[in-house]
Structures are given as C-alpha cells and as structure tokens.
Design a binder for this molecule. Structure first.
Ligand SMILES: C[S@@+](CC[C@H](N)C(=O)[O-])C[C@H]1O[C@@H](n2cnc3c(N)ncnc32)[C@H](O)[C@@H]1O
Length: 229
C-alpha cells in the first residue's frame, strides 16, 4: 500500500471532510485536538517541548504541522507517499520532509527525542506493526517518547467515518490496548493510553472532557505513549 496515498495528496483534506460530514465537523477540529494532546504529552515528559526534536512518521500532507509551529526544536516528517509530502512541503516549508520505504526509517539510532505516528498504523499490514513500532523506538533517544494516535474502533461514529472514507478501504483498526502492547513489545516503558475527542467542542470544555474521560474507551480517537529509558 506504500504509494496508495499518492492519488489522494491534493484531495486528502476534502476526502476526510466528506467522510465526516455527518458529524458537522471538519478535519481541522480533530487535527487541532491531536496537536494539543501531543504538545501536552511532550511537555509533561520533558518540561519544555521546545528542546525536543520531533519525528512525524507517516506525516502525510503535514496537516498538523502548522498547529505545532514553535512547539518543538525541530520537526521532521517522513512518509511513503511522494505526493502527500509534496503537499506538506507547500504548507510547511520549515519542516524537513523525507520519503522512505515504509519499513526502515532513514535515520540513525536515537536521532529524535519524540517519534509519533498519527492514523498511520491502521494502514500498515498488521503483521508489520511490531516492526513499524520498533523502528520508531530505534530512532528515539534515551530518554525519549513514542506516541501512537489512532482511531478508536469502539466508537461507532469513528467506524462510520472510516467506512465512508475511500482511502480507509485497507484499514485495520486497533484498540488502545493493542497499541499499548505494541509499545511495550518494542522495549518501551510505562506505556499508557488516553482516549480523546469525546464531544464536538473545543477550548476549555473540550479539554476538560478529554481530561476527565481519558480512561473511557468511547472517545473518537486515542493516543498511546511510552518512554524509552
Ligand atoms: C490517514 S494518512 C495520515 C496522515 C497524517 N499522519 C495525518 O494525520 O494527517 C496515513 C498516512 O500514512 C502513510 N503511510 C502508509 N503506510 C506507511 C508506512 N509504512 N510508513 C509511513 N507512512 C505510511 C500514507 O502514505 C499516508 O500519508
């Protein structure tokens, strides 16, 4: 499936928006929330996220990068799709984008303090998940943080959106528990998961709902994170 996303590069946002139209929300609503959670998790981990070098694995068209502006010391994005990366370069010229084979990350060991993947794993064949996460762990420094953001298969609206989305034909959704297990299996410590995006509200109400109900497996998405010690 490596170059499968090449044909969606230009229309990626529009296709996602179409698949979630029933919710009355736009993809940016979800992207902003994930940016906020990523920055918070990194700040909790390091104190100041701005001293961290971040790697975005499967960055796609880089939709989250404008929302991470100034949050990290540097951001590097990798993807298998040249067309998605071309879109990303237009939007965020400050980010270092690289294409790779989807298997071996083109970086030495411990090159980043944070490696994250957002809605990528469900496009990777299930038998390759351990290897994919192990690669994220390999390029993460000690101490470092690895995070996986994914669709929550227990949320019926999420499943509906995935079923409506043309490029999710190949999707194999994974639970937060499975994502946590993959992080632990890659030798990472203190793996935990939080469910997010419980209601179509932003600002303080949205943040509070996510904080109070992170334990409850009903949010639209979740993230699982673990540290490399
Ligand atoms: C649903 S898009 C998500 C893009 C981006 N992370 C976001 O949240 O907007 C999935 C991305 O994963 C990429 N992808 C698929 N298999 C991959 C692999 N093995 N390694 C890296 N990226 C991959 C696709 O090319 C696509 O850009």
């Amino acid at each position: 499936m490596s170059e499968a996303f090449d044909k969606y590069g230009r229309d990626y946002g529009a296709l996602v928006n179409e698949s979630i139209r029933f919710s009355g929300l736009k993809v940016d609503f979800f992207t902003r929330a994930k940016a906020r959670h990523l920055i918070q998790a990194c700040s909790r981990f390091a104190g100041d996220s701005r001293k961290l070098r971040a790697l975005d694995v499967g960055c796609g068209a880089g939709g989250i990068h404008p929302y991470l502006s100034g949050a990290f010391g540097s951001i590097t994005g990798v993807d298998v799709s040249a067309e998605m990366l071309a879109q990303a370069r237009q939007t965020s010229p400050d980010v270092d984008y690289r294409q790779y084979d989807g298997v071996t990350l083109p970086f030495p060991d411990e090159a980043f303090e944070v490696a994250y993947a957002i809605c990528v794993l469900h496009h990777v064949p299930e038998q390759n998940w351990p290897r994919f996460v192990a690669e994220m762990a390999r390029v993460t420094a000690r101490p470092g943080l690895v995070a996986i953001f994914e669709h929550n298969p227990y949320n019926p609206l999420t499943r509906r959106a995935v079923n409506r989305c043309e490029f999710d034909n190949d999707a194999t959704l994974l639970t937060a528990g499975r994502a946590r297990g993959l992080l632990g299996g890659a030798g990472l410590s203190s793996a935990r998961a939080r469910h997010i995006l419980f209601a179509p509200v932003e600002g303080r109400p949205g943040a509070l709902l996510d904080r109070w109900f992170g334990w409850c497996p009903l949010g639209a998405q979740y993230y699982a994170a673990a540290v490399k010690l």
